[in-house]
Design a protein around this ligand. Structure first.
Ligand SMILES: [Fe+2]
Ligand SMILES: [Fe+2]
Length: 354
């Protein structure tokens, strides 16, 4: 399989056109999947997964993952709610917003270039999709893993700093910390899920290490200076994530990713457990739908937090105060909740505070 993919015409075309990719060993192997690590014993292996198992040794870190308790169990997604997520955009309203949007668009351009996603393939708001340069499953995996390694950083930085801020001010935090830490955990579960299907090479590990060093420290100082800017920045980042996963779903539907469109393709058991995915809805398409719904909720949460007073306003996304999970609520708010809307609900948050 690896040999076949190394000769994949699109990969060759891509590598010829990009000096960076000519030496990118992380694009050469295509070790989809250590998923058999988690496969139910009662489920006979499909031809697809048997080949994958032969091609790829199980991921080392997978050994205990299926047995560890979940720190923040996911409340799952109603199928309709996950399917109804659409790309959205909150237009920048001030200089800070414009700067955040510009930084995100610049990062997106760089990421598209490195992972071979042509600019002509961009999804333009909502329904229109043009796909002139489909990516392979391996290229999608490289993109997912790199992006998720980045996406897990902002929540933990913001949560940590708000925790320290609360301590040194001798004041409560208005309930923001848990939501932020939970967001980081959710992103890390995305990453761990994808790592069950693809093992990065040394070059990619180096890229993640370097990116994490830069991104963590940049966010740390940015959050100290302007937490509102960082939440807006993350809101825009999540808009792009929704675009990306939407495009992946479209490509699966169009038959451009045949391995993932195969109904016998086994997704990792850790994903089934984490999202509590129902029987009959455990395809790769379902998994991408769930991940996209998570990104949509991060988008709504961060745009909302970016609209609030960072010191005094309550976090409106506390599950105990909501009839539905906060993620389901936020996923329906592509532009976030305005401050007036949040404060109008303030009575419901009266003791939201740790
Ligand atoms: Fe994610
Ligand atoms: Fe996200």
């Amino acid at each position: 399989m690896a040999a076949r993919l190394r000769t994949h015409p699109r990969l060759h075309q891509l590598k010829r056109s990009s000096p960076t990719l000519q030496s990118a060993r992380w694009l050469q192997p295509y070790p989809i999947s250590a998923t058999t690590q988690f496969r139910s014993i009662s489920t006979p292996p499909s031809p697809t997964t048997s080949k994958q198992l032969q091609a790829t040794p199980p991921a080392k870190q997978a050994a205990g993952l299926g047995t560890l308790p979940l720190t923040w169990p996911h409340k799952g997604w109603e199928h309709n709610a996950a399917s109804e997520v659409v790309p959205g955009h909150r237009a920048p309203r001030n200089l800070s917003d414009k700067l955040a949007w510009w930084v995100v668009r610049s990062c997106r351009w760089g990421m598209d270039w490195v992972t071979g996603m042509g600019p002509a393939s961009k999804i333009t708001h909502g329904k229109k999709v043009t796909i002139e340069k489909p990516m392979t499953e391996a290229q999608w995996m490289v993109r997912f893993i790199f992006l998720e390694s980045i996406a897990g950083v902002p929540g933990i930085v913001a949560g940590t700093l708000r925790h320290l801020h609360s301590i040194r001010r001798f004041k409560p935090d208005q309930g923001w910390i848990k939501t932020l830490l939970e967001e980081s955990y959710n992103e890390r579960m995305h990453l761990l899920t994808f790592l069950e299907m693809y093992q990065p090479g040394k070059f990619m590990r180096l890229m993640v290490l370097a990116s994490q060093g830069i991104f963590y420290n940049a966010l740390f100082f940015a959050y100290l200076i302007s937490p509102r800017f960082v939440h807006r920045f993350v809101g825009y980042l999540e808009e792009e994530a929704v675009h990306t996963y939407t495009r992946c779903i479209q490509e699966i539907d169009r038959g451009l990713l045949p391995k993932w469109a195969d109904k016998n393709f086994k997704i990792p058991e850790v994903a089934v457990t984490y999202w509590n995915m129902p029987e009959g809805r455990r395809t790769m398409r379902d998994l991408v739908l769930y991940v996209r719904a998570d990104e949509a909720s991060h988008r709504g949460v961060n745009h909302t937090l970016g609209n609030l007073d960072q010191l005094s306003d309550p976090n409106p996304f506390i599950d105990a105060h909501l009839p539905v999970s906060h993620m389901a609520l936020a996923a329906k708010k592509p532009e976030g909740m305005e401050r007036d809307e949040v404060l109008a609900r303030k009575d419901g948050f009266s003791q939201a505070s740790q």
